[in-house]
Design a protein around this ligand. Sequence first.
Ligand code: CP
Length: 360
Amino acid sequence: MADLPWYVGYFSGKHWLRNIDYSIDDIFKVLEAARDLKQKFHMGAETPYLKGKTLYLIFYNKSLRTRNSFQTGIYQLGGQGIFISPDQVYAPTLPEDMVPYQTEAIRDVARVLSRYGDGIAIRIYGKPAKWIIGRGHRIIEEFAKWSSVPVLNMEDDLYHPFQALADAQAALEALGWPRDLRGKKFVVSYAYSGGLKPLAVPQSVALMAAMLGADVYIAHPPGFELLDPIINQVKQYTEHWGAEFKITHDMDEAFEGATFVYPKAWSPKAFFPPFSSDGKVHEAEAKEYQAKFKDWIVTMERLEKAGKPFYMHCGPADRGQEVTDEVLDSYEKSLYFEEAENRLHVQKAVMAMTMARFIR
Ligand code: CP
């Protein structure tokens, strides 16, 4: 096809497991592609760049946004998305957990699906990854090792790359699409939830804000530290841009004068392997510990006191815990639904870039 846009096949055949596997320049290219696809979507223009292609979507966890934006996105690109529940197939499994005729080795599943289709997307964290932090990511790496078609990370226990790309697009749009986020204070903050949420979003968003040049502030109560390698990488990106980087235990101090605040829940890692002192999973104790921090909630007053930053959250937000109804329903600088919409556009961008099988 002579009239394909520049980005179709730009990363032909590559996996997308973490944004940090790509350069800052590459990330801006994805965002430019997503911007083009969003404009075309809103104009009603057709974008059949992956005609006849198939993406397999393996969900070990629930999803509204990710599942529907991927399935809708591949359809809008002229292809199809096939949903796979691990309950309905021989569950794709690492070698140490194989059960005869109940599971199937990931190395075999990846090679079989590679014979049929053009991409494999996976979501796995929490219970299906045995609550072992990093195991979900290892499972996705195992798919990538054996697949001969692109593997896309739909969220594991360490990274949620497409969420961070969608958030980056929303942040740039909110400011009228500047070249980067230099000089803008971007706060990734803990907010209370009664549920146990993974580290993937705060880690990926902090990395993305730093990749785009923002001054990055991370706020959380003691015990909610992000993983050291992530913090080190955030530092490296902020040093690259000459931007600020700070960790604080005070939500209001962090919010003060921010351009963007991204308050959401994640779980305290000391209650889960490999960080728990006895190597065991302590779900109840983690929830009990989290409950000490119910005052880490985003309210209208808090946002007004901070100077009315843009409010961001990946969704689903826990109303009455992470954020009040009032903020979600009527705060004029909320990007909540823009972020959700942008999942469609960034994922279409990456699918078009990776799943088109030709060398440009
Ligand atoms: N943000 C996000 O990944 O949402 P879902 O869990 O609904 O997919």
